[in-house]
Unconditional design. Structure first.
Length: 508
């Protein structure tokens, strides 16, 4: 492509972050520059979306040239129906965080904004990279700004949470690097698409499968490698929690679609019952843990783990589930059944980005006023903050999967797909509609409803213009995706069909 739109999307916020960090004379000037860069980056996504051809699975807006010829590493960028929606979500949520910093950050605001700008560029790089080592560089580099955000602007236990976050996510991806080097030795290139046609024995596929699984399961995060997430959320500032939930977790799901299913289809099929079982534990067991939380951030963090369980469940439902009702699977139902599962998982990722981001923002609004996340420190907030209460209840209902919101669409599609594969899997997955409603309504009752018994609650001020505007934007997207998901389905359809074809063709 003549106009390097993807390179601009990546490097504009990265270099803009350096400018904000080192050249801004004041917090206000840093704020203005950061918001302009974030707005321009988001605006560039509009022509990208209009130019995108949803009828083909081919990579589009490709930029490619040799980066390090000796190792066969290329500067290779492109988008398809999987990466394009995630890039758009990244630019939107990053701008939300940048604007919100006006209200929630006073300490070293320029450096805070710089971290998020750099992180935005690196996350876009993850979704746009078509060279696997280039992907790995972005995948690892994005840990650095998040490490700084939690470590500098986090809560009292931020050092513990930061080290735990870094060790979990970094050590998992070391195995991925080993797998990438091995496959490069077989193909002579780090090109991701080249790995799709690489013939691999089952033992090689199994080793590669677990190497990728360690890297991406931690990012999702899947049970039982989920324990870093609640700690990171509790200690992270509001902006950190928003990006962590809305974007960073999606990189794990993206990795399953981009790497595991197409590269090691036989190992993915063999170990599908394991992943489905881990996903169902996340959906059911983690939801029960959310029920007993006394910290609002921890409750929503555990809720995120449960909702992301639907993503990994949808990815692996396309494979035969031997021992659980024979081989009556989505594969037998044809491409439509498999596409239903993958489309539901992708919609769940995008929806969770809006809803979880909004939920953490709502918690941040209260924390900025009261400096407490404990549920017991509230009660009757709705009577003194009616605008806030309306948004908080709306996003709580969306989090519980209320029909008409985006929270319902993805989960419903995955449950439908699970029902075609196995009744008991569908039954366990559907429990989230009950458990999600239980912990969400319990949170709403204790924080927003009831009598006002605490003096500081009586003095709460309702949303200001910035908070109101940002929550309104997220509410609009949550409703739009819930009422009209078809445009997103159309964008993803051709690419997901190709993923299904690659994932169901044996390499043995």
């Amino acid at each position: 492509m003549d106009f390097p739109i993807l390179s601009i999307l990546i490097w504009l916020p990265i270099f803009g972050g350096a400018l904000v960090a080192f050249r801004s004379a004041s917090a206000d000037s840093a704020q203005r520059i950061a918001e302009i860069i974030g707005a321009v980056t988001l605006a560039l996504c509009i022509p990208m979306m209009f130019m995108f051809d949803s009828s083909t699975a081919d990579y589009q807006m490709v930029e490619r040239f040799t980066w390090i010829s000796y190792f066969g590493i290329e500067y290779y960028l492109g988008i398809d129906g999987i990466s394009m929606p995630l890039i758009a979500l990244t630019t939107l949520m990053s701008l939300v965080v940048l604007i919100l910093a006006r209200r929630s950050v006073s300490k070293s605001r320029g450096q805070y904004l710089a971290c998020f700008l750099v992180m935005e560029g690196l996350m876009i790089g993850v979704f746009a990279a078509l060279d696997s080592l280039f992907f790995y560089v972005f995948f690892e580099a994005m840990l650095i700004p998040m490490f700084l955000v939690i470590g500098i602007w986090g809560g009292p236990n931020r050092v513990y949470a930061t080290i735990k976050f870094f060790l979990y996510t970094f050590l998992g991806s070391v195995f991925m690097l080993i797998a990438l080097i091995y496959m490069r030795s077989q193909t002579g290139s780090f090109e991701i698409a080249g790995f799709y046609t690489l013939p691999l024995s089952f033992s090689a596929q199994a080793w590669i499968f677990f190497a990728f699984l360690f890297a991406f399961a931690v990012k999702v995060p899947m049970w039982p490698v989920h324990t870093w997430l609640p700690d990171a959320h509790v200690e992270a500032p509001t902006g950190g929690s928003i990006i962590l939930a809305a974007i960073t977790l999606k990189i794990g799901g993206y990795g399953f679609l981009r790497f595991i299913l197409p590269i090691v289809p036989d190992a993915a099929s063999y170990f599908a019952p394991l992943i489905i079982g881990m996903s169902l534990v996340a959906v059911v067991y983690i939801s029960l843990i959310a029920l007993v939380q006394q910290d609002m951030k921890k409750l929503v963090a555990y809720s995120s783990i449960a909702h992301m369980g639907f993503v990994t469940l949808g990815f692996f439902l396309i494979y035969p589930i031997l021992g659980l009702g024979g081989d009556n699977t989505l594969a037998a139902a044809g491409a439509d059944g498999s596409r239903l599962a993958l489309s539901g998982a992708m919609i769940q990722m995008i929806s969770h980005g809006f809803i979880s981001g909004a939920m953490f923002m709502c918690i941040g609004v209260l924390y900025d006023r009261v400096h407490s996340r404990n549920i017991a420190d509230y009660g009757g907030v709705l009577s003194h903050m009616p605008k806030y209460g309306a948004f908080a209840i709306f996003f709580a209902m969306a989090n519980a999967g209320l029909p008409g919101t985006s929270g319902f669409v993805g989960e419903f599609m995955v449950i439908l797909a699970a029902l075609q594969a196995n009744f008991w899997i569908a039954f366990l997955a559907a429990l989230t509609l009950i458990l999600g409603a239980a912990y969400t309504l319990w949170l709403v009752k204790r924080v927003l409803l009831g009598p006002v018994e605490l003096e500081h609650v009586k003095n709460l001020l309702d949303l200001d213009k910035i908070e109101y505007g940002l929550l309104a934007i997220l509410a609009i997207f949550t409703l739009l995706l819930g009422l009209w998901p078809q445009p997103l389905v159309n964008v993803m359809s051709a690419t997901l069909d190709q993923v299904v074809q690659l994932a169901l063709v044996s390499k043995l």
